[in-house]
Design a protein around this ligand. Structure first.
Ligand code: IPM
Ligand code: MN
Length: 349
């Protein structure tokens, strides 16, 4: 029996999570796998009412689960950063979920804005470092709100943090067994300390993986290659900030934010799964958001828990639903409701 903590949170989070659990129910029932959920009402609504973001005792509780399944965080009524740092980043950091795994895969039947590119060309994985870089919240103000104001925002890179994510990415390139190539995406030509550490670590750890080809790309050029030659990529490893940015671009070339799923993984502890997209408050409660990303995230969660048959069933159902063309263009204007899309995928499990 798996114990799953469910954090629907804000905006469209609750509606996509509902569909993810619908499909998870169908897939686990099919394979005789049992799970239980505990839902937490963490998010903007509660924060606005009580001032509480996430309590210490909730954090303690979350530690006991086999996995965490999250919807989306963010609300226009709350100052930017409060919920993001207070919930999402808090959980990622507190539980040391140092891998942010973001597959970029174009499914057959899904349209990409890239001319002349198809599913054979767009199939790679971004391994985003998830606990360091500009996300540490290190910095401050001097002379705030004066003409002489100074603001600093420091990026932190540790040898340990860099090495463990790079090693995890090499392992993934080996496991995937596709092009056996790991691309380091950085900005070593400008970030002459932080990304020098990344480059040295990449080369050193790479000596343990003679079967994996090492490749490097500056992040600006990588954005260009994503559009021009996505087929060059197999596994990418990158820092937290760049990983955030390039995976929104990645989501677009795989058919949009509606299909992009991710995992926040602590290989030795509890991990959390979520769609890449945000809370999209203006679409909340209208049954117009595509739930595929959230459903695929549930599949990643099962895969992570070692339930490969369940994960495979979800993956196949998603694939068939997308190939059928019945989900339209996956945008909010597709004409296919969130719950109808979930029904369809659940019926294909
Ligand atoms: C993401 C999001 C978050 C991030 C925000 C909401 C803090 O954009 O998961 O990509 O920057 O990591
Ligand atoms: Mn992002």
């Amino acid at each position: 029996m798996y114990e799953i903590a469910v954090l629907p949170c804000d905006g469209v989070g609750p509606e996509v999570v509902r569909e993810g659990l619908k499909v998870l129910d169908a897939a686990t029932a099919k394979h005789g796998v049992k799970y239980e959920t505990v839902t937490y009402d963490i998010g903007a609504e509660r924060y606005l009412k009580t001032g509480e973001i996430i309590t210490d005792s909730e954090l303690q509780e979350l530690r006991q689960f086999d996995a965490i399944y999250l919807g989306a965080v963010g609300d226009d009524r709350v100052k930017p950063g409060i919920l993001e740092h207070g919930i999402l980043l808090k959980i990622r950091f507190e539980f040391d979920m140092y891998v942010n795994l973001r597959p970029i895969k174009l499914y057959p039947g899904v349209e990409t804005p890239l001319k002349d590119k198809g599913p054979a060309d767009i199939d790679f994985v971004v391994v985003r470092e998830n606990t360091e870089c500009l996300y540490c919240g290190v910095g401050g103000f001097l002379k705030k709100n004066t003409p002489d104001e100074v603001a600093t925002q420091t990026a932190i890179y540790t040898r340990k943090g860099t090495e463990r994510i790079i090693r995890w990415a090499y392992e993934l390139a080996r496991k995937r067994d596709k092009r056996k190539t790991l691309t380091l995406v950085d900005k070593a030509n400008v970030l002459i300390y932080g990304h020098d550490l990344w480059r040295r670590t990449f080369a050193e750890v790479g000596e343990e993986y003679p079967d994996i080809t090492q490749d490097r790309a500056f992040v600006d050029a990588a954005c260009m290659w994503f559009v021009k030659n996505p087929e060059w990529f197999d596994v990418i490893v990158t820092c937290n900030m760049f990983g955030d940015i390039i995976t929104d671009l990645g989501a677009m070339i795989q058919g949009g934010m509606g299909v992009a799923a991710s995992g926040n993984i602590n290989p030795n502890g509890v991990s959390m799964f979520e769609p890449i997209h945000g809370s999209a408050p203006k679409h909340a409660g209208k049954n117009v958001i595509c739930p595929v990303a959230s459903i695929a995230a549930a599949g990643m969660m099962m895969d992570h828990l070692g339930e490969t048959a369940v994960a495979q069933s979800i993956e196949t159902a998603v694939e068939q639903a997308l190939a059928s063309g019945k989900l339209g263009d996956l945008s909010t204007k597709s004409g296919v409701g969130t719950s109808e899309a979930g029904d369809l995928i659940a019926s294909l499990v």
